[in-house]
Structures are given as structure tokens and as C-alpha cells.
Design a protein around this ligand. Sequence first.
Ligand SMILES: [Zn+2]
Length: 287
Amino acid sequence: MNNVLVSLKELLNQCKKNKTAIPAFNVYNLETILSVNQAANNLNRPVIFSFGESYLDDLPLELIALNIRFLAERSQQPMVLHLDHAKNMSTITRAIDCGFTSVMYDGSHLRIEENIKNTRAVVEIAREAKVSVEGELGYMNPEDGSQNDEPSSAETSEFTRPELALKYVTETEVDALAIAIGNAHGLYRGEPHLEYSVLAEIAALTDIPLVLHGSSGIPAEQIKKAINLGICKINVNTELALGAVESIRRSIKISPEVNSLRYEKLIRQTKADLVLLIEEYLKLTSN
Ligand SMILES: [Zn+2]
């Protein structure tokens, strides 16, 4: 008991040694937070709660941090509170101030020199607060899954270049690196195809835990192979975002009458369905 939130670095360095990974689940409200917490406790697995800068209009970072800290203190499992895809320094400092234990600075849309400069500034601020930093290199489509009309390929995506990854990691000293190797945010239109040779090369050169965004929809065998080659964190967002809606659709279909389905019952069912989805990813990464 009396566990507190741990840093991403602490959790992922352990994974790197053991060739395992931890899933990071995007949460958007109290129900998704509770579902992630319950699944982690059901299976006795560490977990990463991930909250994106793009959800800031929906609810404040401080409220997310309060809720998750409350749960982490009562859990036996190590838990990380991570800020996902932050492009603004003001969001990063705000997250650090309210107790996030990990932040992602996303400068992947910038030229490498500018990405390195900004990431390094984030590392300096975060390190003082003992907060981990995840950086990103290589192009991925936006987090909401848009601009993903074609299956990713070497021609349509800008894969992370291993030699640039080495430069970026050395100069910024990030704790984890998100890479682009054919993964995409949102639904995959065709069979996902990960470039394992690029992954292996980056892993050999950088020697830090690597992160796979857009893991929803990648077949289990491919995820396992990626973990074996150096992926230590898999990001799961779409699977929960669409899974919750699917659950709501089912509930409404079963109880179409106005008075037959109350909101609290709907939420209860959605949470139960989300717990099952989350448990699948926790089992997949538990070796
Ligand atoms: Zn992402």
C-alpha cells in the first residue's frame, strides 16, 4: 500500500532489461481512469495513465492528476502519470507542477535542430523535478487518427532515421524515444507493416527505451516482435476511444426504450467493457 506515482524512466528501464513493455492508455475522464486502474489492479500489472495536451479543453490537468494520485496511492502497482503529445512549454511546466511524473515533448513536426533545442529545454526543466521526458522523431499522422487514409509505407511516411535518432538522443538526453516505423495513429486501413530492421538499428544505436505510438490495431504477434526488439512502451488510444462508443451503441440497442436505460447504468457497462479491453493489452505485454 501507499504506493506513489513513479517516473517513466524507472519503469521503462526495467522493461528494457527484461525485454518487456508497459502499455500507456489514454484517459479522457473519470470513467476511463477508473477502468485503467481496475484492470491494472485485477492483473497486478504496472500501468501508464496518459493524458494528451489536446484534451485540455475537456478537463484540467490538475483534476486528472488529483484523481490518478488518489488511485496510485491505494494501488499495489507502480503507476506513471504521463503527459502525451505536448507541443507547448506552458502545458509541460503546468503538468510538472501538478504532479505528472512523465512528459512527452512532441517536436516531431519541426526541423531536427529545433526539435533538439526545444526537447533539451524540456529535459532540463523536467530533470530538476525528477520527471521523465519522452521525445519523438520521425513523422506520424495526427493523434486523432486523421490523415491516415493510406496504409503507412516507406514511401508515404517519414520513418525515424537511425543516425538522426542517435544524434537526437545524445544531444537531448531524453529518457524514452517515440519512433515512426510504419505505425500510425487511429484505425489502420490495411494490415500494419512495421519496419523491424529500422527498429533494431535504432535500438542498437540509442540504447534507451523506445516507444510505439498507434499500437491499437497492430496484431499481437507484431507487437510482441517489436517488444523483443526494444519497444518498452506501447500507446493505446483508439482501441479505448472506439471501444467505449461500441459499448454504448450495444447498450442502447439492447435497451431502446426511453426509460429502460439510465446514464449511470450505461457508464457502469462501458467501464466493465473498457476493463476487458485494457486487460488484453496488459496480458499481451506481460510476457
Ligand atoms: Zn501518439
